[in-house]
Design a protein around this ligand. Sequence first.
Ligand code: ARG
Length: 466
Amino acid sequence: MSDKKASNAMWGGRFASGPAAIMEAINASIGFDKKLYAQDIRGSIAHSEMLAETGIIEEKDQEKIAHGLNTILKEIESGKFEFSTRLEDIHMNVEARLAELIGPAAGRLHTARSRNDQVAVDFRLWVKDEFHRVAEALKGLIEAFLKRAEEHAATVMPGFTHLQTAQPVTFGHHCMAYVEMFARDLSRVRDAIERMDESPLGAAALAGTGFPIDRFRTAKALGFREPTRNSLDSVSDRDYALEFLAIAAISATHLSRLAEEIVIWSTPQFGFVRLSDSFSTGSSIMPQKKNPDAAELVRAKTGRVNGHLIGLLTVMKGLPLTYSKDMQEDKEAVFDAAETLDLMLAAMTGMVGDMQVNEAAMKKAAGSGYSTATDLADWLVRTLGLPFREAHHVTGRAVALAESKKVGLEKLTLEDLRSIHDGITADIFSVLSVQNSVKSRTSFGGTAPAEVRRQIRYWKKRIAKA
Ligand code: ARG
């Protein structure tokens, strides 16, 4: 049949060779699932070994199969393998080539197996490896923060609520807040690995198989803790992909918040940090500019990762048990989210490690905005026994007075302060400096440098084992 004849008047323009070509284009996944080649071959070798061991296929056929699959692995890795869209996906591309290489024995590989459990096992193997990569990257970022926190355990900066100066904190303390966030991400990754560490291979199409297979053997050979327990769920479950995307989205959201802080901190108005040249760019027209592009892109790429989570949730939400072709759409979402997250983590780790901290600018800002007002109120409570509410009022009057005199709280005279409350003594000045303010916040998890150092010691030990 000529291409022209087969093409349809309505949609023939783009797909010159007709409905068959459109079907091929919508159906084929080889364009992206070739990424699973190593997992596919690994899964097939484990399956064939089990088939031989249980006497389902002959030893000599298994040897041919394994040899052929290893040859294919080399062909793919050296770029010699020819992927064909006509053969739809990675599974059929590999099997077709195996038949070319070893002949009829290739036909025995698919005994007691279906592409449904095959793709499920391949993808699980891939996602599990990626989880481990993300865990390592998160550890790298946490370590970069621990290092900065150690250097700056006592460097004062303003702490914010509503992005308004609230109370002085230390930069080390601020870094450790991110350690907490990324350590939670890391623990989510570890939990998810634990949950998904089961092999679906042997569920076959959906119902299991009558062949005397040994699923525990293949599970072990592929590094899974055990086989999955329900054949229907095994081929229709994509929770591990959803969990990967959910964890990636939460982590990307953390990275985006950090990115936003770096964007703010690196403005000339804040001037808290200076990014290294490697993580910023100049402007083609404004010579004074140094733009935090890498941070901005981390902030932006979060949209993409979050989008993939919503995308796959939407693909999965209406699917009856068990496998439906819809599930083929799981891979691009996960591959792109993984690649994006890897890049975001690497860029942030670089930025955090490289950025120059401007201690003087942080200290100056820490003292502005009457940031020690709470310390003044606390002093009134502690030393004069005032109820906190009354101390809050007295402090409010002190702030108003300082404002009218256009000075900081610590620059008010003792007479000024005594005009507001006559119980005040010179001792009050010991709490009005930002240094003393942070030093005093020794509650567990507080910003006192000694407390920050304690938390650094704790996380250093924990991360080494995480
Ligand atoms: N390429 C398919 C996927 O990624 C493999 C499984 C196909 N199974 C099937 N019954 N058509 O989901």
